[in-house]
Design a protein around this ligand. Structure first.
Ligand SMILES: Nc1ncnc2c1ncn2[C@@H]1O[C@H](COP(=O)(O)OP(=O)(O)OP(=O)(O)O)[C@@H](O)[C@H]1O
Ligand SMILES: [Mg+2]
Length: 303
């Protein structure tokens, strides 16, 4: 080498130790109507993170800001060490996107579509592997416009992971998929995770979040209202158990954060037997419904 050049450390390497995604105080308004009002979110490198939240909560909006395709009105956003609003092509190549819409190029066959987009990718996964991974091998020759809704989602997923991204955004990837396709997709996500890929997905299927995600976050009222491992989410809410039994032919029910005390009281009255006695703790779906305000959260009292 005859010239001495100072090679700048790539901006992506600068963020290599930080989280894959860091969002602080994200704000977004549509025509003056606030959708996101200070959303905080952190996705760790290599984890599968599921965003939950009701229709219209702002999940897609959040993901689009992170992908750099939607402008934000406030807040700080870092994705793989860069601000998506300013990041360039090298950054984009490290991101995989499966958006909520349908794939373009309806006139091409599935195989042609995958081959077409492979040409824009530095080290694409092979079309045969992708077809196999999403279960579209038998439809390889079918025109995209002729695919069923679930098959289109499968193709979208294949396109999203084609470029071996470090981070993949999957916006409702399994909507419309049949149970078999959904399990194939779960397997694909587990393989991505095993290979070190970070995955941020949205879903309305809480079993899917519980199955796949290291952590889940709930978006409601413009913010991330809760985040945690699927079985820890809403720890305070989970402590509330429901004790129910049958008394004088009618079902009685008490919601309590001290089920042992309730049981003690019951057994004091009827030491030999409490007919139909059950004690249940809320599952992920119960916790979710309480977090988004769909059911009351108050403990105690008989219903
Ligand atoms: N381009 C847009 N122009 C105006 N309003 C929009 C636009 N995109 C989204 N919105 C509104 O912003 C809110 C959040 O939408 P978003 O698509 O982010 O919700 P979501 O959480 O992804 O919902 P879903 O679960 O139904 O996919 C909704 O009220 C929606 O109507
Ligand atoms: Mg959405």
């Amino acid at each position: 080498m005859t010239t001495t050049e100072v090679v700048p450390r790539p901006a992506t390497a600068a963020g290599a130790d930080g989280p894959a995604v860091r969002v602080r105080g994200l704000e977004k308004r549509y025509g003056g109507r606030a959708v996101l009002e200070g959303l905080d979110l952190e996705v760790r490198r290599g984890e599968v993170f599921a965003l939950l939240g009701p229709n219209g909560a702002g999940k897609t909006t959040t993901i689009e800001v992170l992908e750099g395709v939607r402008r934000r009105d406030g807040g700080a956003v870092t994705v793989l060490g860069e601000d998506p609003a300013r990041a360039g092509r090298a950054w984009r190549a490290r991101i995989g996107v499966v958006s909520q819409g349908e794939p373009a190029g309806q006139a091409l066959s599935v195989r042609e579509t995958l081959d077409h987009f492979a040409a824009y990718t530095a080290t694409p996964r092979s079309t045969a592997d992708l077809l196999d991974a999403v279960g579209l091998t038998d439809q390889a020759g079918t025109r995209v416009g002729r695919l069923s809704g679930g098959q289109q989602r499968r193709l979208a997923v294949a396109l999203g992971v084609q470029g071996r991204p470090d981070l993949v955004f999957l916006d409702e990837p399994t909507t419309g998929m049949d149970p078999v396709a959904r399990r194939q997709f779960w397997e694909l996500v587990r393989n991505l995770r095993a290979g070190g890929t970070t995955v941020l997905l949205t879903t309305h299927y809480l079993d899917e979040a519980a199955e796949l995600a290291d952590r889940v976050g709930v978006v409601s009222g413009g913010r991330l209202v809760e985040v945690g491992a699927p079985d820890e989410l809403g720890a305070a809410l989970r402590r509330v158990a429901t004790v129910s039994w049958t008394e004088a032919g009618a079902r009685r029910q008490v919601r309590t954060d001290a089920p042992a005390a309730v049981l003690r009281d019951l057994l004091a009255v009827a030491p030999s037997e409490v007919p139909g006695l059950t004690v249940t703790s809320p599952g992920l779906e119960d916790v979710y419904l309480q977090l988004v305000g769909a059911v009351p959260t108050t403990a105690g009292g008989t219903r």
